[in-house]
Design a protein around this ligand. Sequence first.
Ligand SMILES: [Zn+2]
Length: 378
Amino acid sequence: MTATAILADLVAFPTVSDRPNLALLDYAADHLHRAGARLHHLPAPCGTKANLVASFGPDGPGGVLLSGHVDVVPVDGQNWASDPFTLRDSGDRLYGRGTCDMKGFVACVLAAAPDLAQSRQPLHVTLTHDEEVGCLGARAMMPRLAGLNIAPEIVIVGEPTGMEIVDGHKGCCEYSVTFSGLEGHGSTPDLGANAVAAAARYAACLLDLAEALKSRAPAASPFDPPWTTINIGRLSGGSTHNVIPARAELDWEMRPVRDGDAAFVHEALRAFTETTLMPMLRAAPGAAIATTTIGEVAGLTPQADNPARDLVARLTGRNATHTVPFGTEAGLFQQAGAAVVLCGPGHIAQAHKADEYVSTDQLAQCSQMLARLAQTLR
Ligand SMILES: [Zn+2]
């Protein structure tokens, strides 16, 4: 089957991150199995989603791994010109949810499976769930790969880069903090415990840390801006002027440029909470400041020596490398010891939007890269 025909089938599975992906994985497993792959289904605890691992060539460490996620972002509130879960072919563009991010890459890989099956080196394909909500599937998969004796030397993550070679991105860590104090009359502040005041101090601490992070920027940072950033995204709490608020909420994110910055921030917040904020709430019997981790996506740090970059440069004929501002599963593979790049069809500017599309030219370039990869490994 052509990549375009497979993409039409993949788009028709509405695998929004909060919905099951098992039917899509069965479809992909069928393609890979018919090409001769050895398959491992790694079910998620919820029972409605899984990761799929397919292997060609010999068993054992080394070789190449092609990584893709099969979940997509929702279409709610978006104004699509046609059904987002029916592929629309305009001739040079293929429209549909996930065409760009990143079922286009997955379709090219499935179409190339018979070719890739000839590999004389370990060659793996991983299809993961819940990338868009914090790389949850890939994080669960990493220890399982080690158990299967899968330790690729090179990983290509097919996120949409316009088929350019990307060797770096920041991490992305998202948190929600709730502050619980004690309600009271505004005229007697000392008899209550003001949760909004504690949240405001916490926010001010985050702003101070955001400034401090600027001076921690690595000397030759490839990122823009070059330092780890912090954003306070939402701060809410309280009801009216004369009531001491018992509850407040704060959502914030951090995009680390290197190892160590996240620990620096967390340690500073822990110390500030203990020494300053908890004493502020001392009047409340159930005073608490609780942080929920929404997602922690590891960064991809550019490496001077990167066999994945060298391989993909040979396959695509491109020499330049880039960094991107969005997080992916690539950092997890790097942490596991692999050389990693992103290279996939479509442009991130067309992802996550109404009328998401991938161009047929981009798909053709991706298929060509995979054909050359198959040749190289044969
Ligand atoms: Zn993606």
